[in-house]
Design a protein around this ligand. Structure first.
Ligand code: CTP
Length: 434
């Protein structure tokens, strides 16, 4: 296992050595723990570090940040803090044990030794630690045979009540199963299905389910994950009756293709929230009432909520794109929507004309900008404010349709527009040096 720590990047190795030095001088036992150990053994890329301290993690993290002049943040949740070490995030937590008052409740927590901390975790593959103290630096602590399960590719819970205590683990089991192409071990699968049958996902605070669902939708190729959740009937946490059909799965595939199309064709480099497109597809057949209820219960961020609802309510309006439209009409029609909504429409309607119009919007129209600015209109002698907006908007539409390529063409058009709209073409002749 010592070799595994050696495969860490130089940066991470030196961070761990620094943590190790501090733990020895403070006389505290400190461990690397959870998913990072799993990923290290699997040879995956490590992004952040999770550290468990047998003692006060907040004081330890504070001392560590202070010694290395790094930023430190204490959290509200029990005994946890983060140190921002250059581009890396290091989370420190006090080793703890958890007891659940009732299924799905938030656990009550108290400090404990490492073995208890490992025993409260979700799956054997996530319940391993690596010691960081000098006397056994790099030693793997594997009390639940996580290494064997990792080698066999098995997702296994640590105890019978795991899914009932924390039903979000149902989604986590599916996430790890699909991400690593592992198998959910037979008994664990039975426990998972029993928890689902008992409606465990409905006991949990929906925000916790959201915090598991969104990362799943952000995994590469999330369709596999969605299909698996659906086959287990586990989308009931979104809506009691929600079951995706073959048609819905085809829509999800078209979402995947729409994203590829966007990445190839659209060069504005506007970042796409791809996961939102999948969420729109999963929820699109709900009634307006159910979808409103869902976005509220899940506490989606305002912008995300608006995009999900907008995709849902504006679907039928998009039929207008089936008719013949000139470029500025396509732009005028699509521009008010988010890119995520437009791509959802693209996937939703595999209609040649709609797609042609959306393709034109992304590959060309959305990138068209006027060379002429408000300041140029001012220099032409137009009084600022309202008329600027009107002239510039009409000018942009003309440019979309006629494809002006020079500043002079825009200027002439602006003057023509001004005459038509306001009976004046400005008072000054602008020197054209663009
Ligand atoms: N954990 C748990 N039960 C949960 C969530 C987390 O036992 N419901 C434990 C697991 O040991 C897990 C660790 O907390 O490994 C950290 O959880 P998380 O931050 O979700 O990270 P990862 O397991 O690393 O998952 P991912 O790779 O998707 O980030």
């Amino acid at each position: 296992m010592k070799n595994k720590l050696r495969i860490l990047s130089k940066d991470f190795s030196s961070i761990l050595k620094n943590i190790s030095r501090l733990s020895d001088s403070a006389g505290i036992r400190v461990y690397l723990v959870g998913g990072v150990v799993r990923d290290l053994i699997l040879g995956k890329n490590i992004v952040d570090l999770d550290i468990v301290v047998e003692g006060d993690a907040i004081l330890f993290a504070q001392a560590f940040a202070h010694t290395h002049k790094k930023q430190f943040k204490k959290h509200h949740s029990f005994g946890t803090a983060t140190v921002y070490y250059d581009q890396y995030q290091i989370d420190f937590a006090t080793a703890r044990q958890e007891t659940y008052a009732h299924a799905g409740a938030l656990p009550s927590v108290e400090p404990a030794e490492l073995s208890r901390d490992l025993a409260r975790r979700d799956f054997t593959i996530n319940a391993m630690a690596i010691s960081l103290n000098r006397d056994d630096y790099g030693t793997l602590i594997d009390l639940h045979n996580g290494l064997i399960d990792l080698k066999r590719g098995l997702i296994r819970v640590l105890h019978e009540n795991s899914f009932l205590d924390d039903p979000t683990r149902i989604l986590r089991a599916i996430k790890f199963e699909q991400r690593f192409s592992f198998t959910i071990e037979k008994k664990t699968r039975c426990l998972l299905q029993t928890a689902l049958r008992r409606g465990a996902l409905r006991w949990v605070n929906p925000h916790r389910l959201r915090d598991e669902l969104i990362p799943i939708l952000k995994e590469p190729q999330p369709c596999r994950y969605i299909k698996r959740i659906n086959s287990l009937g586990a989308f009931s946490f979104i809506d009691k009756k929600l079951r995706l059909t073959k048609q819905d799965m085809l829509l999800l595939q078209r979402i995947e293709q729409a994203i590829i199309f966007y990445l190839k064709r659209c060069h504005t480099h506007r970042k796409l929230e791809e996961w939102l497109l999948y969420l729109c597809a999963i929820t699109c057949k709900l009634s307006s009432g159910s979808i409103n209820h869902f976005v509220e219960r899940f506490g989606l961020h305002k912008g995300d909520k608006i995009r999900v609802l907008s995709a849902h309510t504006n679907r039928s309006r998009i039929q207008r794109l089936r008719t013949g439209l000139v470029p500025h009409e396509i732009y005028q029609f699509l521009n008010p929507f988010s890119f995520e909504c437009i791509l959802f429409f693209y996937a939703y309607y595999p209609d040649k004309r709609i797609r042609k119009h959306i393709a034109l919007f992304f590959s060309k129209l959305v990138q068209v900008r006027l060379r002429l600015k408000g300041a140029d209109l001012k220099r032409l002698g137009f009084k600022p404010c309202t008329i600027y907006g009107t002239i510039l908007e009409k000018l942009l539409y003309m440019k979309l349709d006629k494809g002006f390529s020079t500043f002079r063409q825009e200027l002439n058009a602006a003057q023509g527009l001004a005459v038509r709209l306001f009976g004046t073409h400005g008072t000054l002749e602008l020197k054209v040096n663009h």
